[in-house]
Ligand binder design. Structure first.
Ligand code: SF4
Length: 489
């Protein structure tokens, strides 16, 4: 019998990994159930673990577990999470090990009451702060960057919980959207540049905070607005809503990759439909890098909207030339030398009738390591395509992200190692083109990138990091965080 693994064939290793999804709700008799549904809609943002903490007016209730939301929250579990307020988290670990003690929401007990925190993003000075806090006597329970916030709150001498939180926020650097649960309220906060998303919604008397609007849709809530960069919003149990701006205003730098790949296409972000932006990127690609072809084929599923835009602009047929198997589980048989080459077919299969004898344009959202793209090109050729061209709806990903997206280091990023001609050769395509940076900005409604004051974070394309990389510059090693050898999930 073949052994079981959690990383079968590693055919997904060629995509950036989404960060995390957060959800918070106040004033709702089904707070935990709606939080579980919201997290389910945010599942694409993290599949390693999920957790919910609720508060019933007397006690906090918590359930956290490894795996998908649906694996962790059945009716009985949700029933036990009592109360009218809850926060939840679905996690892909960008910092800290994949162990239960890192699964969020993290919970702390202070003399003023309980505090649960769920974080989307990555703190870029967490390791530096952690060392200072350890010297001051703080005992860390997890290896997550988020835990520094709970210790900074504990050490603050401010009198109210919101002042303590602001104190903590003023010491951290990096990208973050937090939702926090206290005895009286749910807090939401976005970092001063607004790198990661957070939106406000409403349903009857309930107020909701979540990473994307698709999590509002699933519970029938209406979208109210995006939380502003640097805004701290306090949703009280009595129904009041307060908005504070504890930081000096700065130019926003929202993550432009949310539009390209991370967010769900049915979400709206910062006033734009993600789906429409992706179609516009595809159309712009067709204008910038036209190619004589017979058929436009998306690499499913993330390449679909851009391929639709490309095909419409190029007046070429859009066809599903690659079919994706949606039933690939998290665990599967271990590849052997004989079966390893079949890995890509486990998830993608060529639709021979569409590809045979055709000049094909493949449209994908990004190339990270290039491993999956190479296999897909080979598969399309084997299915009879006479030419294979590739068009990518992002500029070359040539730099790692330190703001909550798991990217490989420079030596593993194809675009950091090769120019476009070199990449085309390695991928085995007849031509390769990426959307230009200005073309991408155009698709999100800007005239062009303002080099002096860029409107978005685009550091993984440009290397222009909008936030200090304190830990990185100090040479801190996240892997040395814990002395405890804990069984990994
Ligand atoms: S570096 Fe790239 S992925 Fe990371 S926040 Fe900036 S744009 Fe987004």
């Amino acid at each position: 019998m073949l052994p079981i693994t959690t990383d079968p064939f590693a055919v997904d290793g060629d995509h950036l990994k989404e960060e995390c999804g957060v959800f918070g709700i106040v004033g709702d008799g089904d707070a935990a159930a709606h939080t579980a549904l919201g997290l389910h809609a945010l599942q694409h943002r993290g599949q390693e673990a999920a957790g919910i903490v609720s508060y019933d007016g007397t006690q906090f209730h918590s359930h956290r577990g490894m795996g998908h939301v649906s694996e962790n929250f059945d009716s009985d579990t949700v029933e036990r999470l009592k109360g009218h307020m809850a926060v939840g988290h679905t996690r892909y670990a960008t910092t800290g090990d994949v162990i239960l003690r890192n699964v969020q929401p993290l919970f702390a007990e202070y003399e003023f009451g309980g505090f649960a925190v769920a974080h989307n993003g990555n703190l870029t000075n967490a390791l530096t702060l952690r060392r200072e806090l350890q010297k001051r006597g703080c005992l860390f329970q997890s290896t997550s960057d988020t835990e520094v916030v709970t210790h900074l709150i504990a050490l603050s001498e401010a009198s109210t919980v919101e002042e303590r939180l602001i104190d903590a926020l003023r010491q951290i650097e990096g990208a973050y959207s937090f939702v926090c649960l206290t005895n009286n309220a749910v807090f939401g906060v976005r970092d001063p540049l607004g790198v990661r998303p957070l939106v406000l919604g409403k349903s009857g008397n309930a107020h909701i905070l979540c990473s994307e609007t698709c999590a509002l849709d699933i519970i029938g809530a209406e979208f109210v607005r995006d939380i502003e960069p640097g805004e701290l919003i306090i949703l009280s149990h009595d129904g009041s809503v307060r908005s504070l701006h504890p930081f000096p205003r700065q130019n926003a730098r929202f993550c432009i990759f949310e539009y390209i790949y991370f967010a769900r296409p049915d979400s709206n972000m910062e006033g734009h439909s993600v789906y429409e932006v992706r179609k516009r990127i595809g159309a712009q690609l067709a204008i910038e890098s036209p190619v004589d072809c017979d058929v436009v084929v998306p690499v499913p599923d993330s390449g679909v909207p851009a391929a639709l835009g490309f095909a419409a602009e190029a007046h070429k047929p859009f066809e599903y030339g690659i079919i994706r198997n949606h039933y690939v589980g998290r665990t599967f048989i271990q590849p052997t030398d004989k079966t390893r080459h079949l890995g890509v077919k486990r998830k993608h299969n060529p639709n021979r009738g569409v590809l045979e004898g055709k000049r094909v344009v493949l449209v994908d959202d990004s190339i990270v390591r290039g491993t999956t793209s190479t296999k897909i090109v080979e598969m399309v050729r084997q299915a009879g395509a006479v030419e294979v061209h590739m068009r990518i709806s992002s500029p070359p990903t040539a730099h790692p992200c330190f703001f909550g997206i798991d990217t490989p280091s420079y030596d593993k990023l194809l675009a950091a190692q090769h120019d476009v001609a070199g990449m085309a050769k390695l991928l085995g395509v007849d031509s390769l083109a990426f959307i230009s940076l200005d073309g991408l900005y155009k698709a999100v409604g800007e005239a062009r990138r303002d080099a002096g004051k860029p409107q978005f974070c685009d550091a993984c394309f440009t290397g222009d990091y909008p936030l200090p990389l304190t830990d990185q510059k100090a040479g801190s090693q996240p892997k040395q965080l814990s002395l405890l050898n804990e069984e990994r999930a």
